[in-house]
Every structure is written in C-alpha cells, then in structure tokens.
Design a protein around this ligand. Structure first.
Ligand code: FES
Ligand SMILES: [Fe+2]
Length: 415
C-alpha cells in the first residue's frame, strides 16, 4: 500500500473540484448512464435475492469496539437477516456467532445487550463459553453419543477496523481491510479508535432501502429539497466524486466561501479532530460504504447513516454521531445541538421518499435516467447486480459501464 500525506490527497481533491466547476459537460468519454429499471425497488423476488445474496454476504457495521467494554459483554444483531450474537471473550477477542443454541435452536441470548460469564440457553440450559464452545449439557447421560466438541456455537466472521466492528455471514468473504480498500486509508486521519458515539436517532421510512440510499448519494437535490439548510452550506456544482471497488464511493462537495467564513466566525464548543487537512473545513467529504452506510464528514465529528431494509418497501434509517469524547457539559450540549440541527435536514429528505416509493409502485415510472452528478447511485446499483449474480432477471438488470472510472489506488494517508 502506498503511503501519501493528507495534503497531497487534499490537493488532488481540490484539483478535481476545480475541474467540476469549470466543465460545461460531463468529462470526455463519460457514458450516458443506462436507464435503471424501477422494478428494482418494488419486485419481491429482487428483494428476496438481495436478502440472500447481498445482506447475508457482505460486511455490515454492527457497532463499535467500546460497545463491548470487557470480557463477556455481548450484543445481538439481526440486520443481516439472521439472529447473530457478538461477544468479547476472556482473551479480549471480539467474536460473532449465530445466536442459535446447538440443541434445538433457541436463542442463546435473549437480551439486546448485556454481560455474562457464560452463555446459557434459557430453554434447557445448555451452556457455552464466551468463545462459543459447549461447556455443559444438563442430563448429559440421556444423550447417548452426543459429541459436545461438535456442538459449539456456529461462528460468523467478525472483524474490526479502527474501532468499527463489522460482521459478515459469508465465510469466504475477503478480509474487512481488503474489502474497505481505499476507504480505509482515507478514513485513517479520522482516528476512529478515539471517537465516541454522541447520540443515535432512528426513523422508519416507507420506501425501499435503495430509494433511501440513492437520496444520500448526490447533491443534485440540495437546492430544491434543502433550500434553507444544506443549500446554504454547499455548492453542489463543484462536487468531486470517486468510485471505488466493491461499490464504495466518495463525494467531496465544496462549501460556499461565505459559509466557510460564517463557520469560522461562529466557534463551536466542540473540539476538532486533530491533524485534519483544511479541506475538511472547506468542503463536505462524504463517503458511502457499500451497501448501506453513508457518512458526511466534518471537522468535529460526523454521523454514520445506516439504511436497514425491513421489507421491500420499508427501511429503518439509523444515524449515530461520532466525535472525540465530550469533556465538559458545554461539549455535551454542543453535541445535542448538532444532533438537533441535523433532524430537520433528515426530515427534508424523508418527506420525499414514501411518495417516491408509491410512484414507482404505481407503474407510472418504468425507468430512471441518471445524470453524471448521480453516478454514485449507478455505481451502487452495478455492485448490487454483481452481488446478486446471473439470477437477476434481464428486465431488472443495470448494464455495467462504470468500472473504467474506478479509483483503485489504495493509499494510506498519513494524518
Ligand atoms: S434449545 Fe438450547 S438448551 Fe435446548
Ligand atoms: Fe438530502
């Protein structure tokens, strides 16, 4: 992996922003994006394919290292579509298992989170160690030839990067670090391990998860949907985007010069993440981690916005703000103010999504024409189809065209 300094990276992005401002058409050679069939948002079979081929076979954010403070601390996680259990072992290693007792399948842990010395199934008290091994079977004499060494909890991949904990049900998946690719390097100056959660919000939205995700992948909409909020801050015409392997992407949208000045003159009570290039104050660098995590970064911290499908037309949106630990009550209040300021922006986005789902379901819109500024949406859909494989019906497929435009260089950015 090449190691470059933040300034080199930031200068490259600045040059890209200048290019975006100056162009009067998409860059030479960039294709008109093929139409996206709207059945992708409504078809129950397509959704079932996503559940089995995508959500059960991809890395999903399941928490933070500090959510598992010491040995025995556990949490359940069911967003991939299976009941999972994450628990820190006596050796301090964080592991994930199916929350499925190897006797008759009762959940081993029923609470959403807690701490335990052993994991004891509440049905018949089979008892497992924190490493998943089966330690005790009541009335063992009545089981005949039961091989308890083969009745450990079924393991699930669990890996962490810089404080972020991910799980993946696919045993054959690439390592988390490989899958993150250039995003891991670009996040390294944010020093995730030193960040803390400052509050979580949740909202159930009556729309397919991709209608929701698409809405966070472009800034083409900010003038109309966010005229008094985001639009006062960001100039979408300079948005510089990067498409990465595995469906991840980046979008760095410059702030209006007046907005940068305004922010400088209104000092925040919140400490900045140390060592960030000034680009982080001049722009809004946003990342999308495939399939369902979007984060618009800022110098004091940022939300991780997650989209979890509930059914084909329902999505749970969950966003948590992270930043350096609050050390004073003024900083605590500062975080609450920041969260409260973000709520109406999210509501502006949400107000649109249910009606869009109704529209695509009505049959009134057969396909979606995406423009150059919306290419991160097309990139997401291309990766979805790569995951789903050849079973996607032809009428619902998107034609892959963006790979020649990927950024593949993996640079470790020194902060
Ligand atoms: S199902 Fe867990 S002990 Fe019987
Ligand atoms: Fe928006």
């Amino acid at each position: 992996m090449t190691r470059i300094d933040q300034k080199t990276w930031a200068d490259r992005i600045r040059a890209r922003i200048d290019f975006e401002f100056a162009r009067d058409a998409p860059p030479e050679g960039f294709p008109s994006l093929p139409l996206v069939p709207t059945g992708r948002y409504t078809d129950p079979d397509f959704y079932a394919l996503e559940r089995s081929r995508l959500w059960k076979r991809t890395w999903l954010l399941a928490g933070r290292e500090e959510d598992f403070a010491g040995p025995g601390h556990f949490r359940t996680f069911d967003r991939s579509g299976s009941p999972l259990l994450l628990v820190r072992g006596e050796d301090d290693v964080l592991r994930a298992f199916y929350n499925t007792c190897q006797h008759r399948g009762a959940p081993v842990v029923r609470e959403a989170c807690g701490a335990a010395k052993r994991l004891r199934c509440q049905y018949h008290s089979w008892t497992y160690g924190l490493d998943g091994r089966l330690l005790h079977v009541p009335d063992r004499r009545d089981f005949g030839e039961l091989d308890t060494s083969r009745r450990a909890l079924a393991p699930v991949r669990c890996e962490t990067y810089d404080g972020w904990v991910f799980v993946n049900e696919a045993a054959s998946a690439p390592s988390l670090r490989d899958w993150l690719g250039p995003v891991a390097a670009e996040w390294s100056p944010l020093r995730g391990a030193g960040l803390r959660a400052h509050g979580t919000r949740r909202k159930r939205v009556p729309a397919n998860w991709k209608i929701v995700a698409d809405a966070f992948l472009e800034t083409y909409h900010v003038r109309t949907i966010h005229p008094h909020s985001v639009s006062k801050l960001l100039d979408h015409r300079g948005a510089a985007m990067g498409l990465f392997p595995n469906g991840h992407s980046r979008m760095v949208t410059p702030k209006w010069p007046e907005a940068i000045e305004r922010q400088r003159s209104l000092p925040s009570p919140l400490p900045e993440i140390p060592g960030l290039d000034p680009l982080f104050a001049e722009t809004n660098p946003a990342y999308s981690l495939f399939p369902n995590l979007i984060t618009p970064l800022d110098t004091v911290g940022f939300p991780f916005i997650l989209f979890w499908p509930v059914d084909v037309a329902t999505t749970d949106v969950e966003w948590t703000f992270y930043g350096p630990p609050a050390e004073t009550s003024a900083q605590e209040r500062g975080w609450q103010t920041l969260l409260a300021l973000f709520d109406p922006v999210m509501e502006e986005d949400f107000a649109n999504l249910g009606p869009m789902q109704e529209s695509v379901a009505s049959g009134a819109l057969e396909s979606i024409p995406l423009n150059y500024q919306e290419r991160r949406i097309y990139h997401l859909h291309e990766e979805i189809d790569r995951r789903l494989g050849p079973d996607v019906p032809e009428a619902l497929r998107v034609e892959p065209v963006l790979e020649p435009f990927w950024e593949t260089e993996s640079a470790d950015i020194a902060g």
